[in-house]
Ligand binder design. Structure first.
Ligand code: HEM
Length: 378
């Protein structure tokens, strides 16, 4: 009952009601052999179809095989249900051409213009070893063990073809992606996802999320581009900031999540409203104003991020933050201009550090048993 359909026009894990847990992985492709890469993508697809149905990664299973061979499933999800698992694949810029400009797999001409190399944004502290990657897989589930099990088994199946470049665990989704989900909170304690694109808003999803025919190479039609940003939060500094200042930085009240000056969470922010002293009610450098579509040529995206705490940093601070995930039809007109606006002006910048960055082209959904991840590209 808690299994989410793997096949469909679009990949699951994008407008799917955001699950509670994340394991996001980026792989480097280590083979030069296109046929081996395609073979692995087919094997991954078959495994993903089984895993999302709550089954073992392989046909034989964790304990069904001979004693002389390693099992085709690692076993730690035995007895666990599907737990709403979704697996979403994407292809990074470096899959198309390597750093020397070489067409690695005969697909360089298929690289969409929208799959840009993200620029350096002001203040960026991006660490290369935890950024980029040739292929990403986003695993979301309501049980962390199920999400980790899925990524582990894909890495195992990919041995010799891909290596894990970096991966990120997340908990406590920071965005609702459907109207009937209550808005969760991020590590700043604020509701996150209020003004997000929602699954029910099909006209907006067509205009701002799904790649449309004619947007670029046909293989991406029905897909979406994902941008990931690991944003470290300086929570100890934040926690010494007054409630009023916290609310001014976000532009919303901490309790209900209503825009400052309005009553309800889902009221539209009034960016024109002035206080008696003539200052704007929603500050000029507040996050909500700077990220608002009206300040960014109507840019919208579907945010699907997660909180993280990667232990502590040895200096008495929690290594905490937000793993931002944003899906969109074209990063050139959505993430890039919005993040440029935020990087330049956002009062929140004093409390956050962007340490990892990724961009991937997520193809449309697989249509049935004979289809596979990347079939429209290869
Ligand atoms: C809105 C927090 C990073 C884009 C919000 C809201 C909060 C928030 C609390 C208001 C509630 C909502 O509508 O969801 C944060 C935190 C971040 C972060 C804590 C980093 C640690 C980003 C980044 C982007 C972004 C990197 C994209 C470049 C947006 C957008 C909105 C928003 C588009 C909706 C604005 C509107 O239409 O009112 N964010 N955010 N945020 N954020 Fe962020």
């Amino acid at each position: 009952a808690d299994a989410i359909a793997f096949t469909g026009a679009h990949q699951a894990g994008i407008v799917t009601p955001a699950q509670d847990r994340l394991h996001f992985v980026a792989f480097d492709v280590v083979t030069k052999d296109r046929a081996r890469l395609v073979r692995m993508l087919k094997d991954w697809t078959a495994a993903a179809a089984r895993l999302t149905a709550g089954r073992d990664a392989g046909e034989i299973g964790a304990v069904g095989g001979i004693l002389e061979a390693p099992p085709d499933d690692t076993g730690e999800a035995i007895g666990l249900p599907a737990s709403g698992l979704t697996l979403t694949v994407g292809f990074g810029p470096t899959l198309f051409r390597d750093a020397a400009g070489k067409d690695r797999f005969g697909i360089a001409a298929q690289r969409p213009a929208a799959l840009v190399d993200l620029p350096h944004f002001p203040g960026d502290l991006i660490e290369a070893p935890i950024s980029g990657g040739d292929i990403c897989v986003q695993a979301c589930a309501n049980d962390p063990q199920v999400a980790v099990h899925a990524i582990r088994n894909l890495a195992r199946i990919g041995m010799g073809v891909v290596t894990v470049r970096w991966s990120q665990l997340g908990f406590g989704r920071t965005s609702s992606t459907t109207r009937d989900q209550a808005t969760p909170r991020n590590m700043f304690g604020f509701k996150d996802g209020t003004a997000n694109l929602k699954a029910e808003e099909t006209d907006l999803l067509r205009d701002h999320l799904w790649v449309q025919p004619g947007d670029g190479p046909a293989w991406m039609t029905g897909g979406a581009y994902v941008v990931t940003r690991k944003v470290r939060m300086l929570i100890e500094t934040w926690d010494r900031t007054s409630l009023g200042e916290q609310e001014d930085i976000i532009g919303r009240t901490k309790g209900s999540g209503a825009p400052l000056g309005r009553a309800d969470e889902f009221d539209e922010p009034d960016l024109e409203a002035k206080r008696p002293d003539g200052e704007p009610v929603i500050a000029i450098d507040s996050h909500v104003r700077l990220a608002h579509p009206t300040q960014n040529s109507n840019a919208r995206m579907l945010r699907r991020g997660y909180n993280f705490v990667d232990g502590s940093d040895g200096l008495g601070r929690l290594n905490a933050g937000l793993f931002f995930i944003g899906y969109q039809r074209d990063p050139r007109t959505a993430f890039v201009p919005v993040q440029l606006n935020l990087a330049r002006h956002d009062a929140m910048n004093e409390y956050v550090r962007h340490v990892s960055s990724g961009i991937f082209a997520c193809p449309p959904g697989v249509t049935g048993a004979s289809d596979y991840w990347g079939s429209t590209l290869f």
